[in-house]
Write a protein that binds this ligand. Structure first.
Ligand code: F0G
Length: 482
């Protein structure tokens, strides 16, 4: 979106859309939220959406659709095989990415399952700038391991580096040397690096990494789930790219990779996923997995209505007015919090604002899940649902010990075109209150701990009565009905 000029007001992010359909929200009083938090076993994934005021868990599958996307759903072609909807989707993806073969799958992790099943064998290594939970879980499930080679400076919470998702090329070379090229299953580059704060990777770094992959005959894979944010940052922060159109940048990126996959719950603003494959033989090596686990090759487990919507969504993702909304709202949130002295990841990236729980609640030891505790405090004190992105989101090491996350984050996602600036102001205000009362927040411990992806379904409890005390302090300041 262009920066709209004001007469007497400081510039603020401006929505380049208007609201046509709304969903009513309600704000439960703090006492009821406390009860709901116990019902949800201190895991925000277990809350019911009706009990939430600001759902900032994720942008996955909850970005607002446009009128054009919704109307496209009406022309969906219901056919088990050969749906015209699929060919429209495939052709649009080929137009944008220049890659011919398309395998539809029901969401991003289904693509990851198929990629891991195709390439990963016990002992094999997958090189990444940084892992994503589901991508890693599929690789380790098959006996592979992940090497995360993001540059060390990408993990420094407060900085003004434009591309904190960049990969360390010397470390890539050293890793290939150590592992041998034959033992590398593939190289996975994640755009909009999710777990380190939605931080982008530059085109330059993608090019360097894929050049090395080519040199050693290693398959290169782009996770394009958060590509729309990353495109915005390349266009606005990478000097050599600023005069290129979003479409040109997208094609230049795609040209670097053998495979591009994405969750269409993010890229395309709908619900689904796909793997794009350049090489025909490689495409055939994967298609059986689609028919066995996803569906026929022309729907891959997706609703054709969603496929029509995402086909329009892909086009909208090539429009700066559309893709700048998320990053600009995130920057606004991050800058306000940072100015107030609240520990946040800077600069603002894509996906959401990320609180740095390591500092925010520095008194909570990592084995008591500081990010998990902070995310619960935000629900208690504002009806805001964020997502834990720290040690809880990691898997234990094979010997059963905790694997401490390199960053303890609470993500406040800003799904695109969903919230207004006044709602964002409410969140900033509540975070400020929680920060001023941070010493009251205590840790959590598991009462039920699943082995895989424990953050989704695990049950926890507070280590003391800190939630009751926090809610009492909140009510003393805001009254019984907030
Ligand atoms: N890759 C990235 C970078 C993601 O952020 C996600 C999902 C996936 C793959 C998996 O896609 O959910 O469609 O199976 N991220 C969601 C999130 C869950 O909340 O950040 P999926």
């Amino acid at each position: 979106m262009p920066e709209i000029k004001f007469y007497k007001h400081e510039p603020i992010p401006m929505e380049m859309h208007k609201v046509k359909i709304v969903q009513q929200l309600s704000l439960l009083p703090a006492d009821e939220r406390l009860k709901k938090m116990y019902d949800a076993s201190f895991n925000t994934f277990q809350l019911h959406n009706g009990d939430i005021f600001m759902d900032m868990l994720t942008d996955s599958g909850v970005n607002a659709m446009s009128d054009q996307m919704q109307s496209a759903m009406l022309r969906a072609d219901d056919a088990y095989a050969g749906s015209e909807t699929f060919y429209r989707m495939r052709d649009k993806l080929e137009e944008i990415f220049g890659i011919k073969y398309c395998l539809p799958a029901h969401q991003g992790r289904a693509c990851e399952n198929i990629l891991a099943s195709t390439f990963v064998k016990p002992g094999k290594c997958v090189i990444m700038n940084y892992h994503f939970t589901t991508a890693k879980a599929h690789i380790t499930r098959l006996g592979g391991h992940v090497e995360e080679l993001v540059k060390a400076e990408g993990l420094i919470p407060v900085s003004d580096l434009p591309f904190k998702g960049d990969i360390d090329i010397d470390a890539v070379e050293a890793c290939i040397d150590r592992e041998t090229p034959e033992n590398i299953a593939f190289m996975r580059i994640e755009s909009g690096t999710n777990l380190i704060g939605g931080q982008p990777i530059s085109y330059k770094s993608m090019k360097e990494a894929t050049d090395v992959a080519k040199k050693y005959g290693i398959v290169s894979v782009l996770d394009a789930s958060l590509l729309q944010d990353n495109l915005y940052f390349i266009k606005t922060r990478e000097e050599s790219m600023k005069d290129k159109t979003v479409r040109e940048i997208t094609r230049m990126i795609a040209d670097l990779f053998d495979i591009v996959y994405f969750s269409a719950r993010k890229f395309g603003f709908a619900r689904g996923g796909a793997i794009l494959v350049r090489d025909e033989a490689m495409f055939h090596s994967m298609e059986d997995y689609i028919t066995m686990f996803e569906g026929f090759l022309t729907y891959g487990g997706m609703s054709v209505k969603e496929m029509e919507a995402m086909t329009v969504g892909f086009d909208e993702s090539m429009d700066m007015d559309v893709i700048s909304q998320g990053p600009q709202f995130i920057k606004y949130t991050v800058d306000r919090l940072h100015e107030a002295g609240i520990p946040v990841i800077t600069p603002g990236g894509g996906l959401g604002a990320h609180l740095n729980a390591t500092e925010f609640v520095s008194h909570i030891p990592q084995e008591q899940y500081p990010s998990g505790a902070l995310v619960c405090a935000l629900y208690l004190c504002g009806g805001i649902r964020g997502m834990e992105r720290g040690t809880l989101s990691e898997e234990r090491t094979p010997d059963g010990s905790e694997h401490f996350a390199s960053m303890e984050l609470v993500r406040l996602a800003l799904p695109r075109r969903v919230f207004t600036l006044s709602q964002v102001e409410y969140v900033i205000d509540r975070v400020k209150w929680v920060y001023d009362h941070r010493d009251m927040i205590g840790g959590l411990r598991f009462t039920h701990e699943p082995k895989t992806l424990r953050f989704f379904t695990g049950k926890l409890e507070p280590v003391s009565d800190w939630p009751e005390k926090l809610v009492a302090a909140f009510k003393a300041d805001f009254g019984e009905d907030q």
